[in-house]
Write a protein that binds this ligand. Structure first.
Ligand SMILES: [Zn+2]
Length: 241
């Protein structure tokens, strides 16, 4: 199994406290936007689907999922599963480009993104309006879901930032254990300072999710934060295996 960490754009935020509630208001930060490709022997997975660069983001040349998959010798039709950590606007741009894939999303997240009964920001329907007839595995809250049944790719509930946020637990055969936190801990500072995201569906659940992420680090998972600039992380075309 291989994991590719792919950066699609650099986002520029005027105030960091939109990620770290109550801290660093007015401090501008640059934050990368990643998607991930997991090449498992039973199928190819995409985790999250990228951001468009219409709000001042700086795109990475040839950094989009279609081009990156092409460089690996794949087309979008080769992707078996699209795993969405959540469906906020900065993660959904390319969702509609994978009509042959099965999407794995929490039901509560789909409800919020598709037919929300309360007005909650962060979603952009146009990105995924053409995906309504796609195949979905709609996961309930709280359960863990083992994508391939071998424990190598497991999805775990980390809601709170959004209604049905989930994170990805990976057991890489050579490298070891990795957790893709998603925006439950967008920055390392969220975890180290126990600061919930600036935007939360539920502050209480977001705190529980930070504690859960801390637990996984405690038992040996290396954390890959969703919007952290990290010098350590191997970016595509490098990979983890
Ligand atoms: Zn995000």
């Amino acid at each position: 199994m291989k994991l590719y960490v792919c950066m699609i754009a650099m986002m520029h935020l005027k105030s960091k406290d939109s990620l770290t509630r109550g801290k660093d208001r007015g401090v501008a930060i640059d934050m990368p936007n990643y998607f991930y490709i997991i090449d498992h022997e039973q199928g190819l997975c995409l985790v999250d689907a990228g951001v468009d660069c219409t709000h001042g983001e700086t795109p990475v040349p040839e950094g989009d999922p279609i081009t990156v998959l092409g460089k690996l010798g794949y087309t979008t039709d080769d992707v078996r599963y699209v795993i969405m950590t959540h469906m906020h606007i900065d993660h959904t741009l390319y969702m509609s480009k994978f009509p042959k894939a099965t999407f794995i999303i929490r039901k509560s997240e789909l409800k919020m993104a598709w037919w929300h009964d309360k007005c909650e920001g962060g979603y952009f329907y146009d990105h995924y309006k053409d995906t309504r007839d796609f195949k979905y595995i709609q996961l309930p809250d709280d359960v863990d879901f083992d994508v391939f049944g071998d424990g190598q790719v497991v999805l775990t509930d980390t809601r709170g930032h959004s209604a049905g946020h989930q994170s990805v637990l990976l057991k890489m055969p050579k490298y070891g254990k990795i957790m893709l936190t998603g925006d439950a801990a967008a920055l390392e500072d969220n975890l180290r300072s126990m600061l919930v995201p600036g935007f939360c569906t539920s502050i209480g659940k977001a705190e529980e999710s930070l504690q859960k992420i801390q637990h996984y680090e405690d038992i040996g998972y290396e954390l890959f934060f969703a919007h952290e600039v990290s010098k350590k992380v191997r970016l595509f075309p490098e990979y983890y295996e």
